[in-house]
Ligand binder design. Structure first.
Ligand code: FER
Length: 251
């Protein structure tokens, strides 16, 4: 494992690269956590290990205001995360050992994955949103996020819940985002994995997204919650099987 920072317009993004055994060149998957998350969460480690077993390098990077990266949580926005994710994509593409690129993200990182896929469609062999929270922009337009309500037309300076505090800019930015445009802009292979007991992001959003994509499959984890607690092995196996299939496919 190599631990380092990736620069994103002056913001240091804490990163770890885990390498498969006996490989000096090969495919790489970027792996991104969700809202309030970090790169050490069990479901992400399970995916990382399974991909390494499949001969895939895994680059975990923490986004603005999360984990060991620069920035305060309260100041993070989806624009900042998009800028960060673009920096990570460019970093990965600049590495001579990388043969093919995948991106996988959980929840808010899954929303990010969907957007980056649409924005950088040519760069990816396939993309893998996990429990993707792609309804965040629509909920913010309706004055709701994670059970906390606010006036969507008169955005407060800050939003405070029991667990976190966020600047109103988070909402301003989210309200300006329309994820469908990016979803329909990516025609490559997509694997969505979602638990049918997810109470944070309903699996119905993934069913809808799978229908909007031209080439998506949805794997449902029976009994799986938002973070796949106790189902990490099943999640990791689904991701590994998909990536192996895509690497074996021509083109
Ligand atoms: C929301 C629903 C889900 C929301 C964020 C999430 C900020 C993301 C959860 C995650 O990344 O785990 O309303 O508002």
């Amino acid at each position: 494992m190599k631990e380092f920072y990736i620069d994103s317009d002056g913001i240091r993004l804490h990163s770890k690269l885990d390498c498969p055994e006996r490989l000096d060149k090969g495919p790489l998957c970027i792996l991104i956590h969700g809202f309030t998350g970090n790169m050490e969460e069990d479901h992400l480690i399970a995916v990382q290990k399974a991909l390494n077993d499949a001969g895939v390098f895994v680059l975990r990077t923490e986004m603005y205001g999360h984990g060991g990266s620069d920035g305060e949580f309260k100041d993070h926005t989806l624009y900042k995360w998009l800028t960060n994710a673009l920096s990570v994509v460019h970093y990965a593409r600049s590495q001579s050992f990388v043969t093919e690129l995948f991106i996988c993200g959980h929840s808010q990182g899954g929303l990010l994955t969907m957007m980056i896929a649409g924005m950088c469609a040519d760069y990816f062999k396939a993309v893998i949103p996990l429990s993707p929270a792609w309804m965040i922009p629509e909920l913010c337009r309706r004055g709701s996020m994670l059970g906390t309500g606010f006036d969507a037309k008169h955005i407060p300076d800050k939003i405070v819940s029991e667990e976190w505090e966020l600047s109103g800019d988070y909402i301003r930015v989210a309200q300006s985002i329309f994820v469908e445009a990016q979803i329909t802009g990516y025609n490559g292979p997509v694997l969505i994995v979602h638990g049918d007991r997810d109470e944070t992001v309903s699996i119905s959003y993934s069913e809808k997204a799978a229908g909007l994509y031209q080439n998506a499959s949805l794997v449902t984890i029976q009994g799986g919650d938002h973070c796949f607690t106790g189902s990490e092995a099943e999640l990791a196996e689904a991701v590994k099987a998909f990536v192996e299939k895509e690497l074996a496919a021509k083109g």
